[in-house]
Design a protein around this ligand. Structure first.
Ligand code: SF4
Length: 280
């Protein structure tokens, strides 16, 4: 029996599949739970703070206001299962929030938020592109001085080495394609703001990059469908294994992917009566 084919792809799923097809399967097809990660949760917190900052009138977007936004976002996150699951206490909790504050301060070294004309924040876009359902959340969509669209993606992890910049930009090129499909206009600029370093990587989408993005998406989608039909998702060991939550099921670490499948099928069977009850 073939694995179920995912209903859509997002930039993060595309990069998950190209990084390691087996990790993609565990996460997207088997839907194995992953333990909360401090880095991801801190990213959520900082994104929420910057979203709040850009909702303020331009003149009020100061460092102090951003730190106040961070404090508000922290209160909101307090009961979130992802944050609670981190079980942060004492020095760890202090360090977690100090790092978040540092990332917010660093943001001001990359741009002056008083000059940003955002027209969308945390924008969920979905479009059919060449028969593929594509979806993504754009951190910020804005207008430049000439009225051109600009897509901005905040990153709270480390910036990639120069030779990997193109790969990291592939996600924002997908956002650019989504904008073009839905708004009928290609963004003038797409940018990644790495808050840790801090560093901005900026590019201007072109006919060539758009064609390349379409080609890559088509190739990834074909590969995903084929892997599902053949039940063949291969491990691709790399330094990313160090942070992978699925090592217990990965043959590269002595695990058995079939155990993950059984777990997934068991969870689906358990959910079915519940669903039937909800639909009754
Ligand atoms: S441990 Fe490495 S090879 Fe195995 S699934 Fe995770 S990322 Fe892939």
């Amino acid at each position: 029996m073939a694995f179920p084919v995912p209903r859509s792809l997002s930039p993060s799923k595309v990069s998950s599949f190209t990084d390691c097809a087996l990790a993609f399967r565990f996460s997207v097809i088997d839907r194995l739970p992953e333990p909360p990660s401090a880095a991801a949760t801190r990213g959520t917190l900082v994104h929420a703070a910057l979203e709040r900052l850009h909702l303020l009138p331009p003149a009020e977007r100061t460092v102090d206001a951003a730190l106040a936004c961070l404090a508000d976002a922290r209160v909101e996150l307090r009961d979130d299962p992802e944050y609670v699951g981190l079980e942060l206490r004492g020095d760890d909790e202090v360090a977690f929030h100090a790092e978040a504050a540092e990332l917010v301060r660093n943001y001001f070294r990359l741009e002056d938020p008083r000059t940003v004309r955002a027209i969308g924040l945390e924008l969920l876009l979905t479009a059919e592109v060449d028969g593929l359902r594509l979806r993504g959340i754009i951190d910020r969509l804005e207008l430049d001085d000439d009225g051109g669209l600009v897509v901005t993606d905040y990153k709270t992890g480390a910036a990639p080495p120069t030779q990997h910049e193109r790969k990291r930009l592939s996600g924002v090129h997908i956002y650019s394609l989504l904008c073009e499909e839905l708004l009928g206009r290609r963004p003038a600029r797409v940018q990644l703001l790495f808050l840790r370093d801090p560093l901005a990587i900026i590019t201007e989408p072109s006919d060539r990059s758009t064609r390349g993005t379409r080609r890559t998406l088509g190739a990834v989608w074909t590969a995903v469908e084929r892997a599902c039909h053949r039940e063949d998702f291969r491990p691709q060991p790399s330094r990313l294994c160090e942070w992978c939550s699925f090592r217990a099921y990965c043959p590269a670490f002595g695990g058995d992917p079939a155990a993950a499948r059984m777990l997934a099928e068991g969870a689906a069977a358990e959910a079915e009566p519940q669903l039937a009850l909800e639909l009754a």
